[in-house]
Design a protein around this ligand. Structure first.
Ligand code: GLU
Length: 460
């Protein structure tokens, strides 16, 4: 291809993308996070429609951007003082072409329709990459669990499930946890589901081990991120041992990513929360990590624990200015922005692996990829959590628990397969020197699987 032809092709691609996005933006105004997620996928997938025009004729990509249904409901509960409180609950059932709707539930004040549509949209591709029969969904509420008593959280979960139970079930939609929803909340949700329906069945994942939960579900997302990273490094003939990691977040994903990274000999330099970041120059060990995890489990901020952790110091802001080899944003969407990306590049980072969903905003993504950073997108790298959820569903269906070894092996093997799939599709898309384009690989491999199922069903 001559330079002129290449430029023409890029210009066509840009105008096709803009035209595609105009429709989405007109149909769903003011949904910024959703637009951002769709734009990134469409940018990488639109060229596939030229190669297989039936995808375009049958409007497969358009259909993937419109949820099958959005359920929005009032959640009313009483706080410990007896005052009546109200929140808005949602379930966005995006696509069940390859299995029952599946995806987490988030309780956080930032939850709104745009955030849940972006998460549900991404989830359909992520779940397709796992190779397991799971469709995509996401739910949640604008409820802030911070500062609430256990009794208040329980009453909120019960009120939330009182409506949600009508829309879920093992063959229909299987929610799980996400930000603000851990094992305790899943317990309250499952208990209420069981009480209302009188059925003990795999209608939620992330359950406690005593009532149908799976070994390794809690560890799976964070561990999976590190398994994926290890393959990214191996593809560049490097290894994880000795690498300096900057991790953001201090929730389930960040803490388990740190744990697995330490086990594999990496130096974990940071963790963070909304109050700033904790830095340990010589890298955390498992003992200090456990101290931090215990403190977080008791609702304490990193700023308040830093003094108790040997060799730790607390700093304001995100951790991106700390010099490192690998950055793993594991907190929340759009936490890594242009300035952070620049700081990472200046600090010598060469790999970014996303533990959260869409933690890298569009400007940062462009800066990182232009700089030749090897980039592992969340929909592939953090898929270990939902993959283990898929295995929890299987165990619930056959009413038998797998052994610890079998589950750990399955998680490692799943992350290897996802890595290789994204690598192969990314390499085919690239065709040039430079780091493999895992993001294009993930989007195209996920799209292809969903698209083939949707084609088979005809027009609906
Ligand atoms: N919330 C997690 C995610 O973003 C897990 C979802 C699940 O296990 O269903 O993938």
């Amino acid at each position: 291809m001559t330079n002129r032809q290449a430029t023409d092709r890029q210009a066509t691609d840009q105008s096709a993308l803009d035209a595609f996005m105009r429709d989405i933006e007109a149909r769903s105004p003011h949904e910024d996070e959703f637009h951002q997620a769709v734009r990134e996928v469409a940018r990488r997938v639109l060229p596939m429609l030229d190669d297989k025009p039936i995808y375009r004729d049958l409007k497969i990509l358009e259909r993937m951007t419109e949820p099958d249904r959005v359920i929005s409901f009032r959640v009313v509960w009483q706080d410990d003082d007896g005052a009546v409180r109200m929140n808005r609950g949602y379930r966005v059932q995006f696509n069940n072409a390859i299995g029952p709707y599946k995806g987490g539930v988030r309780f956080h004040p930032s939850v709104n329709l745009s955030v849940l549509k972006f998460l549900g949209f991404e989830q359909q591709f992520k779940n397709a990459l796992t190779g397991l029969p799971m469709g995509g969904a996401k739910g949640g509420a604008d409820f802030d669990p911070r500062g609430k008593s256990h009794a208040e959280i329980m009453r909120f979960c019960q009120a939330f499930m009182t409506e949600l139970h009508r829309h879920i079930g093992p063959e229909e939609d299987v929610p799980a946890g996400d930000i603000g929803v851990g094992e305790k909340e899943v317990g309250y949700l499952f208990g209420q589901y069981k009480r209302i329906t009188n059925r003990f069945e795999g209608s939620l994942t992330g359950k406690g081990l005593a009532f149908g939960g799976s070994e390794y579900r809690m560890e799976a997302t964070g561990w999976g991120v590190i398994f994926f990273l290890a393959h990214m490094l191996a593809a560049q003939e490097e290894e994880i041992a000795g690498k300096r990691l900057v991790i953001s977040g201090a929730g389930n994903v960040a803490l388990h990513a740190a744990e697995q990274a330490i086990r594999q000999g990496a130096k974990v330099l940071t963790l963070s929360d909304s109050g700033g970041h904790l830095r340990v120059e010589d890298g955390l060990d498992e003992e200090r990590l456990k101290q931090i995890a215990d403190a977080k489990a008791h609702g304490r901020a990193l700023a308040d624990v830093a003094d108790e952790i040997d060799g730790a110091a607390h700093h304001d802001g995100p951790p991106w200015e700390v010099a490192c080899d690998v950055a793993a944003p594991c907190a929340t969407e759009n936490e890594l922005q242009d300035a952070g990306a620049k700081a990472l590049i200046d600090g010598g980072a060469r790999f970014v692996v996303e533990g959260a969903n869409m933690p890298t905003d569009a400007a940062a993504l462009k800066r990182l990829t232009d700089a030749g950073i090897v980039f592992g997108p969340g929909k592939a790298a953090n898929a270990g959590g939902v993959a283990l959820s898929g295995l929890e569903m299987s165990q619930n269906s056959v009413r038998r628990a797998w052994s610890d070894e079998a589950l750990c092996e399955a998680l490692e093997e799943t992350m290897r397969r996802i890595h290789d799939l994204c690598y192969d599709w990314g390499e085919a898309a690239d065709g040039e020197d430079g780091p493999v384009d895992y993001l294009t690989g993930a989007d195209r491999a996920g799209f292809r699987k969903l698209a083939e199922a949707m084609l088979a069903y005809g027009v609906m």
